[in-house]
Design a binder for this molecule. Structure first.
Ligand code: FMN
Length: 168
């Protein structure tokens, strides 16, 4: 497997906690953490395998720092690159917009030619609507630290095992 760049904001609480668990589940090797609030284009372009961490804020929106990175991201040709997405959200309080940010980012990446892996079945989640849902799968891993915190570690472990088989 080629080296993975994991991108998230180092200023987040839950997204950072998830990143640490993901890195540990990969055995702390072959994966590099990058702060999405401080990345250069060269740093982003340096990988072929990516994990992007994106919580949903503002009732179904990307956080500001991801939104601000989008113009730079849209300059990239992502053909040949592979992306796995995870996102923190709250299915009870934000049932109409559960982890929408995963869906928004997935759509942008696909428009730029990138391939998304790491789809997750919607079983075990209860919500009304999500931009991250395609059929009965999410286009990434939703993590609900607010209402299903106990399930987070096992969901991450299972997802990382899946990614190990799906990343090239
Ligand atoms: C003002 C506000 C708006 C939010 N909007 C959404 C939302 O639209 N969809 C969702 O799934 N979660 C939403 N959340 C829940 C957060 O995404 C969740 O608490 C997440 O764990 C925060 O992650 P972080 O600590 O990495 O920032 C919102 C939370 C707050 C406080």
């Amino acid at each position: 497997m080629k080296k993975i760049g994991i991108f998230y904001s180092f200023n987040t609480k839950n997204t950072t906690e998830a990143a640490n668990q993901i890195i540990k589940a990969f055995g702390n090797t072959n994966i590099e953490a990058n702060n999405v609030e401080k990345i250069s284009d060269a740093q982003f372009g340096a990988y072929e395998n990516y994990i992007l961490g994106v919580p949903t804020w503002f009732d179904g929106e990307l956080p500001n720092y991801w939104d601000e990175f989008l113009p730079a991201l849209e300059e990239f040709d992502l053909k040949g690159k592979t992306f796995a997405l995870y996102g923190a959200g709250n299915q009870k309080e934000y049932s109409e917009n559960f982890v929408d940010a995963i869906g928004i980012l997935a759509e942008t990446i696909e428009l730029l030619g990138g391939k998304i892996i790491g789809f997750v079945a919607n079983k075990g989640y209860k919500f009304d609507h999500s931009k991250a849902l395609r059929g009965n799968h999410f286009v990434g891993l939703p993590l609900d630290f607010d209402t299903q915190k106990k399930l987070v570690p096992e969901r991450i472990e299972k997802w990382v095992e899946q990614l190990k088989t799906e990343f090239k």
